[in-house]
Design a protein around this ligand. Structure first.
Ligand code: HEC
Ligand code: HEC
Ligand code: HEC
Ligand code: HEC
Length: 137
């Protein structure tokens, strides 16, 4: 009797720890991210600012809409896993098989989503203007 009660407390307690860890990791992401990769043949457009936390909390974009690690064609990356830089897998100079080159990878990710509301006929979607993302020189 006593033992099983202890067991239940242990289960509740470890559940709480996992819950807190989950909340902390979501709150722990960088507020803002500056994307400024080297390695492009021409680095002409300057750095790009991403309101990282806002995208995830206010705009409700899932982490997995931007972060991935593919295995057998499936995204196995999940929140809490280490985050590699996009450039670690996407080469700035050339696409390799179905791994798009870096500029294309970013544009497909950022711009394709930003274009969706326009395609659906809405007028006030996120920006698709070059200089709203790229710092002007
Ligand atoms: C929604 C945001 C967004 C919009 C809109 C956008 N870009 Fe980008 N673009 C990015 C990001 C992010 C990168 C990656 C930057 C890096 O790796 O340093 C990038 C990279 C690039 C690069 C390669 C890196 C460099 O600086 O040379 C070029 C060229 C570029 N964009 C041109 C454009 C042009 C031209 C437009 C408008 C027709 C445009 N982009 C619109 C987000 C955007
Ligand atoms: C709109 C796209 C987007 C969303 C949504 C997003 N991220 Fe990111 N995140 C990025 C980009 C882009 C970077 C910078 C990657 C680079 O420089 O190559 C980044 C960087 C990070 C980093 C920093 C890695 C480092 O090098 O310091 C962490 C950690 C991270 N993201 C975790 C998360 C988690 C957890 C979520 C969900 C709660 C999330 N991100 C949601 C696009 C996103
Ligand atoms: C661990 C390696 C790795 C990292 C890190 C990575 N990618 Fe990818 N990415 C891939 C691979 C592999 C594919 C091809 C998947 C397929 O279609 O088979 C891919 C496909 C894509 C695609 C096209 C498929 C789709 O989802 O529509 C985009 C866009 C993309 N990546 C953007 C990004 C961005 C932006 C980042 C950084 C926030 C990033 N990737 C980080 C390996 C990676
Ligand atoms: C899955 C959808 C999605 C993806 C992916 C995404 N965005 Fe956005 N973005 C949004 C939405 C929604 C807004 C808010 C539009 C509004 O309310 O005006 C937004 C707003 C913005 C804004 C203007 C407001 C602000 O908070 O700064 C910038 C700049 C921006 N995004 C850059 C980026 C960049 C750079 C990337 C890729 C690294 C990216 N976005 C990826 C959906 C997305």
């Amino acid at each position: 009797m006593k033992k099983s009660a202890l067991g239940i407390y242990l289960i509740i307690f470890s559940g709480l720890i996992f819950f807190t860890m989950g909340v902390l990791s979501a709150a722990d992401i960088p507020d803002d991210v500056t994307v400024e990769n080297q390695g492009y043949k021409k680095n002409q457009k300057g750095s790009v600012h991403l309101s990282h936390k806002k995208h995830s909390t206010e705009y409700n974009v899932a982490c997995t809409d931007c972060h991935h690690e593919y295995k057998d064609g499936k995204n196995i990356w999940k929140e809490g896993d280490p985050v590699k830089k996009c450039v670690d897998c996407h080469n700035p100079e050339k696409s390799e098989g179905n791994i798009k080159k870096l500029q294309l990878a970013f544009h497909s990710n950022c711009k394709d989503c930003h274009k969706e509301p326009n395609k659906a006929g809405k007028k006030n979607g996120p920006t698709t203007k070059c200089n709203d993302c790229h710092a002007k020189e």
